[in-house]
Design a protein around this ligand. Structure first.
Ligand code: NBP
Length: 477
């Protein structure tokens, strides 16, 4: 293949970088590739490149020399120090006006810092979320760029062709200034955590309370995936995972996997940021907590003998068909609540950080390629483009479906409590819906308590103004 100046360069030849580079090259854009460890680049080039215009470089100098000015360099490396290390090297080799794209899962505050530094040095910078795992990276991910809009003018045509295409539109759009793209990706991952946890709770209830085998659970998830309420990538892969058998033992592999969930941090960041912004994200929080708690396997084991399950399945098993029907509705609501809190967080951050996010665009570019793609997203796109509900839970199209699903969710959570099966996410969905819909909450008492011990004052329902009460007996005014 003739060497030519490349349209773009990709740094980082682990799973995501390799697949994204191949995807971009298959769309006809010549692509230079580089990895810190050269052997990785060589192996990739020998084993996976088959005529695509991919050009490996052994050194950073060689890599940069391969690029057509203004140069576009996409970093797909481990978030954190590796990104800063590469930026530090690249700014010595690139020229003003060249573009850096950080496409890893960087924390949004790191992206703000890097963009400010890039500006000082005269470079363009895009902080870009990419979702879809390795298959998405190869066949079309959802791409969430933010940062310098002039940078998007340079790289947008390449990214849009590499992205998943849904209804004739690319699942990629410029989202806003500074860290808008990485913020949206972080919230995407938070929603992903919540929905994964809810699906796991659904499996747990089917299995432990319904006494349904893992293989039959696989069929149930498969059926749910064909229906409007739950059709989604995560439901689809849950069915695939549950139907997968271990070659050595012949058992469903999931039953042999240790119940200790790991996390790379994006869920935790979502929760931390939501707390900072004062946005309630109970499902995402519970999903993060559930993973944290699961990691304490030794402590859990010693406590499991102290607190046996209140009701063994055989004593009080519900009707299986009813459980399956109720769970479908409950999981639908968990998904709606997770999206609702994610979009509320995006809306709040957009105001706080000046991102100017268009929430319908976010929903649109999540419709394909990404891990949280779901049959719900077209409704969410419509809600935010046409109806602008104060909260997704108030979307007039979704309200009747939410009302219909609420009694089954209540039944499922009660059943789980009855049988001692933990359902933190499904429980949080019920808590969330009941709290938003309660009208009056018992926080009046909290205000009174605060005023009692700290003279924090309170406002009243029946009069304007701010009040403090002498609460001690006999001291009341
Ligand atoms: P990893 O996150 O595992 O990172 C591996 C890459 O980072 C390799 O190229 C490695 O080079 C390089 N690297 C490391 Br590790 N430390 C380095 C350092 N100090 N200096 C320079 N390079 C360093 O790869 P990935 O799973 O492909 O993910 C890439 C990015 O995409 C991450 O930010 C990740 O969070 C994000 N992401 C991943 C997925 C997914 O499904 N995996 C999905 C969406 C987003 P080496 O070969 O020399 O060690």
């Amino acid at each position: 293949m003739n060497q030519e100046r490349c349209a773009i360069g990709v740094i980082g030849m682990a799973v995501m970088g390799q697949n994204l580079a191949l995807n971009i090259a298959r769309k006809g854009f010549s692509t230079a590739v580089f990895n810190r460890t050269t052997a990785v680049t060589e192996k990739f080039h020998q084993e996976r490149v088959q005529g695509e215009p991919v050009f490996p470089a052994k050194t950073m100098e060689e890599f940069v020399a391969l690029l057509e000015p203004p140069r576009k360099v996409l970093l797909m490396v481990k978030a954190g120090e590796a990104v800063d290390a590469f930026i530090g090297k690249l700014i010595l080799l690139l020229q003003k006006g060249d573009l850096l794209i950080d496409a890893g899962n960087s924390h949004f505050t790191d992206t703000d810092r890097r963009i400010a530094e890039a500006e000082k040095q005269g470079f363009l910078f895009l902080g870009t979320g990419v979702s879809g795992g390795e298959a998405g990276a190869l066949h079309g991910p959802s791409i969430m760029p933010g940062g310098h809009e002039r940078g998007y003018l340079l790289a947008g045509p390449i990214l849009e062709q590499a992205a998943a295409q849904v209804d004739g539109g690319a699942c990629c759009a410029y989202l806003g200034p500074r860290s808008a793209g990485h913020f949206v990706k972080m919230v995407h991952n938070g929603i992903e955590y919540a929905f994964m946890q809810a699906l796991a709770e659904g499996y747990d209830l089917l299995h432990k309370v319904g006494g349904i085998s893992t293989s039959r659970c696989a069929d149930i998830f498969g059926e749910w995936n064909t229906r409007e309420n739950l059709a989604s990538y995560l439901t689809e892969i849950t069915a695939a995972v549950l139907s997968h058998h271990d070659e050595d033992t012949g058992k469903p592999l999931v039953e042999l996997i240790l119940d200790q969930a790991e996390q790379k941090g994006t869920g935790k960041w979502t929760t931390q940021t939501a707390l900072d912004l004062g946005v309630p994200t109970p499902l995402i929080n519970q999903a993060v907590m559930a993973r944290s708690l699961s990691s304490y396997s030794g402590k859990r084991k010693s406590l499991s003998s102290l607190y046996p399950t209140p009701l063994p399945v055989s004593n009080d098993s519900p009707d299986k068909d009813e459980l399956i029907k109720d769970l479908e509705q409950a999981l639908f609501l968990a998904q709606v609540c997770a999206f609702s809190e994610g979009f509320q967080l995006l809306e709040s951050a957009s105001g706080e950080f000046g991102y100017g996010l268009d929430l319908s665009t976010v929903a649109r570019i999540w419709k394909g390629g990404c891990i949280i793609r779901s049959a719900l997203l077209p409704h969410i796109e419509h809600a935010y483009s046409k109806l602008h509900p104060p909260l997704l839970l108030a979307d007039p199209v979704l309200v009747p479906r939410i009302r219909e699903a609420l009694p089954p969710l209540r039944k499922v959570v009660a059943l789980a409590a009855h049988h001692g099966v933990p359902v933190p996410c499904l429980g949080a969905a019920l808590f969330s819906l009941d709290s938003w819909g309660a009208g009056i909450l018992p926080t009046n008492l909290i205000q009174a308590q605060r005023d009692y011990f700290g003279a924090h004052t309170f406002r009243r329902r029946d009069k304007e103004g701010v009040f403090h009460e002498q609460w001690e007996k006999g001291d009341a005014q």
